[in-house]
Design a protein around this ligand. Structure first.
Ligand code: ARG
Length: 736
């Protein structure tokens, strides 16, 4: 029986070649699409051991962090969870003070009582289901975008409700292949997650932004958490009485290390890719979005840096914000270079030309796909300036903390405005109805005030007014200079005019007058809130002017153009898959669970150069630079390396492997994902991609694209030998 099915699968495979390295695949389809190929490459598990709804399987050891900002894996039967240092960075930063600087010194809970609440939840996937038939049955080609969205929402709501039933699960339906298919996902979410251990940044972030997105690498990018549950092992809010969660599956850990050619697979929650982006999309990225993002982020980073150099306090306060902005600043620089060097535009154009030729060959196709490719050009052209405003809104306006904060008060403002509004002459409401609505609005105001009061401490804890004021000045200047005047609100231009182009003066004046840069002023305001104060607050005015204009003048353009563009995007993918029906296309990442598989192995970054598949501890010492905070090596680590005191974590030749690479296909959101060998054992934790393939989210580059992972033996070495937290190792299942 087994033999026959493998034969049939092998036969199908001959007609449906799946590429080993490219593709973020859905675990639910592992048997049908990937299994035979994976076996050939060295996988020893059965499909049921990878994904099963009724029995425990590999998927039960994989968690989504929060709504998908990172991935984690369960590595003990006491709910111990491993992820990246850069995923735990926010938690480590929030808990750091000048006295307890966990960023600099690391954090280790030597007993469970010392573990710290993390403030994010983790979700386990219960099951997934293809619901395309049910959804697509309600859609047709003549529907408007709005009607389509409504129909999808309606059926999704009911499918989700049915999937959840009486349970405390959550469910959601997600679109795949640009709106051609729909799958349902059911999750169980645990709220009580605690920080267990983190190395110092000199290990967890070794190499800093200089080494970020690059190989060869020497970073111990890991942090450990623990998942807690109530006495019945069910999700519960944080409570002292909660117990470590007993997982359905936890990953055994291999101490055997990796060789080139070894099977490697990764499970996790990749956030988003754009593999079906067209040539017009590439142009837009290169002309508008990426240069703007790089420019704006650089200025924000300069303002942060200046402020962080002023004091230890601001350095801790802005560490996480800085890392977040810097990560994608460098990403976009690399992506632009990669798109150009690898001639991605030309490759995309070639694909589109082939599709057009294929469409032309058949009358039915000509009808269905009419205007699809032209739709891209029209859409991107007509939307270009509106999109520019959108990019500046996200990368400049909302990056200014006081502006973003003031936006949280806009609900309050509109409630007050509603109260003040005099009823029109033809208002048909009865007096009672009006009184009732007034009362509701008043209640709403009370609720909003309570919520805003509750948020004050959190907002101002890591806020520095001087830094933010500099960010504001820089962002206002860029917005004013780079956005064509006709796309700027009149009221904003007037405000700018008052300061005659002196943006520093504007910033000083506005931050002095506004309540939003000062905790005391916001507290005082919320004791005696009024619409008038908001209406006259200069930062509130800037915010409401720009956002109001975006809603009234920019968004309608985007909505209108999306009508054609989204149709083009959906039919483009449909056409591609139909034209190349012998090829299996993987869907773009969308924060749902995926796996990718391939091999461990180095690469040739450029002519004449070869990169090995591993780095060793010797490289940490080679890079050491005590004068550069990114390359400081802690004394204790240096001594361990000099003495080669690696214990059971050394490789066969007595060296300590730090990082390794494999040709797996990952993206942001995958950070922290387990790298797993053919036996289902943990060999590493994925944490980065490489410089030569930064365009990978748009076009996978087989020759160059690699995932960088922390060798699990380096992680264990740091826990055991460096931090002396051997009790955590005792929880794990080591395979020697
Ligand atoms: N580039 C990594 C990612 O997006 C994050 C690395 C964090 N390290 C750093 N030096 N900023 O997954």
């Amino acid at each position: 029986m087994k033999k026959i099915s493998i034969l049939i699968a092998g036969f199908l495979l001959a007609f449906a070649p799946v590429k080993a390295d490219e593709g973020m695949w859905l675990p639910m389809f592992v048997k049908r699409l990937n299994y035979v190929d994976m076996q050939k490459q060295g996988l020893q598990l059965t499909p049921e051991e990878i994904y099963s709804v009724n029995n425990s399987s590999l998927k039960d050891a994989i968690v989504r962090l929060g709504r998908g900002f990172c991935t984690g894996e369960i590595i003990s039967d006491q709910g111990l969870m491993l992820t990246n240092h850069h995923c735990g960075f926010g938690v480590i930063q929030e808990n750091s003070t000048e006295e307890h600087n966990y960023l600099d010194d690391g954090f280790w809970a030597m007993k469970k009582e010392d573990e710290l609440p993390a403030g994010f939840s983790v979700s386990f996937l219960v099951r997934m289901e293809d619901v395309s038939k049910s959804v697509n049955a309600l859609l047709d080609e003549d529907m408007s975008l709005e009607d389509r969205a409504k129909a999808i929402k309606q059926i999704s709501d009911s499918l989700e409700a049915a999937a959840v039933g009486e349970s405390d699960y959550t469910a959601n339906v997600k679109s795949f292949y640009n709106g051609n298919e729909f799958y349902l996902f059911v999750y169980e979410t645990f709220q009580d997650v605690r920080l267990v251990g983190a190395p110092p940044s000199s290990v967890g972030k070794y190499g800093g932004d200089t080494d970020n997105w690059m190989w060869p690498r020497h970073t111990g990018d890991f942090t450990m958490f623990r998942v807690y549950a109530d006495k019945d092992n069910k999700p519960a809010e944080y409570s002292k009485d909660n117990k470590p969660y007993t997982p359905k599956h936890s990953l055994p850990i291999s101490l055997k290390g990796v060789e080139p050619g070894d099977f490697s697979m990764i499970f996790g929650y990749p956030g988003s890719t754009d593999r079906y982006l067209t040539s017009e999309g590439i142009n837009y990225e290169l002309e508008v979005r990426q240069p703007a993002s790089v420019k704006l982020r650089r200025q924000v980073l300069d303002a942060y840096q200046e402020g962080m150099d002023m004091s230890e306090k601001t350095r801790i306060q802005y560490a996480s914000k800085f890392a977040g902005v810097a990560n994608y600043w460098k990403y976009f620089i690399g992506q632009q270079a990669g798109l150009k060097r690898l001639k991605v535009y030309d490759k995309k154009k070639g694909q589109e030309d082939a599709l057009v030729a294929w469409i032309e060959k058949d009358e039915d196709r000509k009808r269905l796909y009419a205007g699809v490719i032209d739709g891209f050009k029209t859409g991107y052209d007509n939307m270009k300036e509106a999109n520019r405003v959108r990019v500046y809104l996200n990368e400049a306006i909302f990056r200014t903390e006081a502006i973003a904060y003031s936006f949280q008060f806009s609900g309050l403002k509109s409630s007050y405005d509603a109260l003040d509004e005099k009823p029109a002459k033809d208002d048909e409401r009865t007096k009672e109805q009006m009184a009732e609505e007034t009362e509701k609005t008043a209640e709403q105001i009370e609720k909003t005030i309570t919520r805003l009061k509750g948020g004050i401490d959190g907002h101002f804890k890591d806020y520095d007014m001087a830094i933010d004021r500099d960010v504001f000045a820089a962002m206002m200047k860029d917005y004013s200079n780079d956005i064509p005047k006709e796309n700027q609100p009149e009221s904003f231009k007037k405000m700018i005019g008052k300061f005659k182009g002196d943006f520093n003066k504007m910033a000083s004046s506005m931050y002095a007058k506004s309540i939003f840069g000062s905790k005391a002023k916001v507290e005082a305001f919320l004791e005696k809130p009024s619409a008038k104060v908001l209406a006259k607050d200069p930062i509130y005015m800037v915010q409401s002017s720009i956002i109001g204009h975006f809603r009234s003048d920019i968004l309608p353009i985007i909505r209108k153009e999306n009508e054609g563009l989204q149709r083009s995007e959906r039919l483009f993918v449909k056409g591609l898959r139909e034209m190349n029906s012998d090829k299996v296309y993987a869907p773009d990442a969308n924060s749902t669970m995926r796996f990718t598989y391939g091999q461990v192995g180095g690469y040739e970054p450029k002519d004449g150069a070869t990169y090995s598949h591993i780095t060793t501890a010797q490289g940490i010492l080679e890079k050491e630079d005590p004068t550069n905070p990114e390359f400081v090596v802690p004394a204790k680590l240096k001594k361990l390396i000099q003495n080669k005191d690696y214990g059971q974590y050394a490789d066969k030749s007595g060296e300590l492997v730090i990082n390794f690479i494999a040709n797996n296909d990952i993206t942001g959101g995958n950070s922290g994902s387990p790298m797993i060998n053919g036996n289902g054992e943990l060999i590493g934790t994925a944490f980065d991609g490489n410089w030569e393939a930064m365009s990978g989210d748009i076009a996978f580059e087989t020759e160059f694209q690699r995932t960088i992972g922390v060798d699990i033996r380096y992680t264990l070495f740091i826990i055991d030998k460096y931090a002396g937290a051997g009790h955590l190792i005792d929880e794990m299942k080591l395979v020697k």
